[in-house]
Design a protein around this ligand. Structure first.
Ligand SMILES: [Zn+2]
Length: 496
């Protein structure tokens, strides 16, 4: 009979009976018993893993994968061994499927047996050997279940009594989970208030870190930390256990009504983020003009260098879409800081005391609006005729160049008139301000471009962007962004 080819497997695991031994001792034990057996054995290889608990509630440890165990399985699949030697079965066993896999490999490879240093032999070729192995699994799983059931029962009962669940300290409370840490409670209430005022989560997080306020773990704040924290019902005095809620023995920190509103604010912040990824529109189109040549600036997406991200800008175009010369091309400005500056100015203006005066509709405005609307209608008619003529009989014998010039000029005056009409009709837009919301709240929460343009038109005549200058750092007023942008170069022509 040829010698039996054998491999050893050792694993460091925290045995709940406290019998954990290091892998070197386990492997030495394997070698000793092999020698003592007096059998003809060829030792092939030893495999070892340093991992963790075999019990079910060691979830975190369980997630770690074993490194050498898969190598052992490979060796078995390659018909490299006949027998496996371990100090006890629990070294292999982590999941019922582990032993089942070995049983199956016994069917298709040269591998046929597991022996332990305590003298147990499991012969996979026999029904008795396989049954013994499976029994071991069942007993072990049952024990493990009993332990975890007991633990679960205890947790459930603690939850029902509203007791804290232990574990890590919650921000705002001492380690006992009950005593309020007033200084931290203040921070939580302040965060809630800021969220309700429409401050962005990023902005709040940055402020906390700047003020060197640290988390319960003494760490820096991140957006998910804050979102997670502000969504916890612990702060309204509720103990949550597996979706069930129980009145807690501790006092809440936030008023339940405010808590609900905070949840809405957190969702809005996420929605705003989603909107930002949509193709952008240019809220200032028609309001911004070139400080060098006086022409309208156009919203475009332009890349400075191929390596840089594309950024939305307002530009004075040297050539129109028809490739005809238009502006001077000297002014280009990042859209985001410019829009932020304008929006902040609009909000400040409209939140001011003289806001009400904007809503009194004057007769002069109505007259101007009617005139602008008539003129707009006439120009649109002219454009239609122009195009119809050129592509039809072309009675005026226009060359293509002449036609394009005339078309371009008409389109420009239509665009200007549209801007004028929009501005003059802005008061209608102002009337749709939701009741009980400040301009600021509405502005931050709204993606209604038309309404925003109405608000701008209500207070601003035009915005002139002057050329040149350095590139100072500009901290956005409505978001937490920072841009290279010089507010000094922007001239706002107010209406009132
Ligand atoms: Zn220009």
């Amino acid at each position: 009979m040829p010698p039996i080819r054998e491999a050893d497997y050792a694993r460091l695991s925290k045995d709940r009976r406290g019998l954990s031994e290091n892998v070197t001792i386990q492997l030495a034990e394997c070698a000793d018993t092999r020698e003592e057996s007096g059998e003809a054995i060829t030792f092939v290889a030893a495999f070892k893993d340093n991992d963790a608990s075999i019990s079910r509630f060691g979830k975190k440890n369980k997630a770690k994968s074993r490194v050498e165990y898969p190598q052992l399985l490979e060796l078995i699949r390659a018909n490299g061994i006949d027998r496996l030697r371990v100090t006890e079965l629990s070294r292999i066993y982590r999941d019922p499927s582990d032993l089942e896999e070995l049983i199956q490999l016994g069917d298709i490879t040269t591998f046929y047996s597991i022996v332990t240093t305590t003298g147990a032999v499991y012969d996979l070729r026999t029904a008795v050997g396989r049954a013994a192995l499976r029994d071991y699994v069942k007993v072990n799983a049952y024990e493990s279940d009993l332990i975890s059931e007991r633990a679960q029962r205890k947790k459930r009962s603690q939850a029902r009594q509203g007791l804290p669940n232990g574990g890590r300290r919650s921000y705002g409370y001492a380690k006992d989970g009950v005593t309020i840490v007033e200084e931290e409670a203040e921070v939580i209430r302040d965060i809630a208030a800021r969220l309700l005022k429409g401050e962005s989560i990023n902005h709040i997080v940055r402020r906390l870190n700047q003020q060197q306020v640290s988390t319960a773990e003494g760490a820096k704040w991140y957006k998910p930390t804050l979102i997670n924290m502000m969504g916890r019902k612990r702060y309204v005095g509720i103990r949550v256990h597996k979706d069930a809620e129980y009145p807690a023995i501790w006092k809440g920190i936030i008023d339940p009504v405010i808590f609900e509103r905070v949840q809405v604010a957190l969702r809005v912040d996420e929605q705003l983020k989603a909107q930002r990824s949509n193709p952008r529109k240019y809220v200032l189109a028609g309001f911004v003009f070139c400080g060098a040549c006086g022409r309208r600036l156009h919203g475009t997406v332009k890349q400075d260098r191929p390596s840089q991200p594309k950024k939305a800008r307002y530009r004075c175009l040297s050539y129109s879409a028809d490739q005809l010369p238009t502006g001077c091309g000297r002014v280009t400005r990042l859209a985001e800081p410019l829009e932020d500056l304008v929006a902040a100015a609009v909000i400040t203006r409209l939140d001011g005391d003289d806001f009400a005066t904007f809503f009194s509709d004057t007769e002069e405005d109505s007259t101007r609006l009617r005139a602008a609307l008539d003129e707009l209608q006439a120009k649109r008619q002219k454009l239609t005729e122009l195009i119809g003529d050129y592509y039809g009989d072309n009675l005026d014998q226009l060359t293509r160049e002449q036609f394009m010039l005339a078309k371009g000029a008409t389109e420009t005056s239509i665009a200007n008139l549209e801007g004028k009409v929009e501005k003059l009709s802005a008061k209608r837009g102002a009337a749709v301000l939701p009741v009980g919301q400040s301009i600021r709240e509405t502005w931050l929460n709204s993606d209604d471009l038309g309404w925003k343009r109405s608000m701008i038109g209500l207070v601003m005549d035009k915005i002139i962007v002057h050329p040149g200058g350095g590139k100072p750092r500009y901290e956005h007023q409505l978001t937490d962004a920072v841009s290279k942008f010089d507010p000094e170069q922007i001239e706002i022509i107010w209406k009132v």
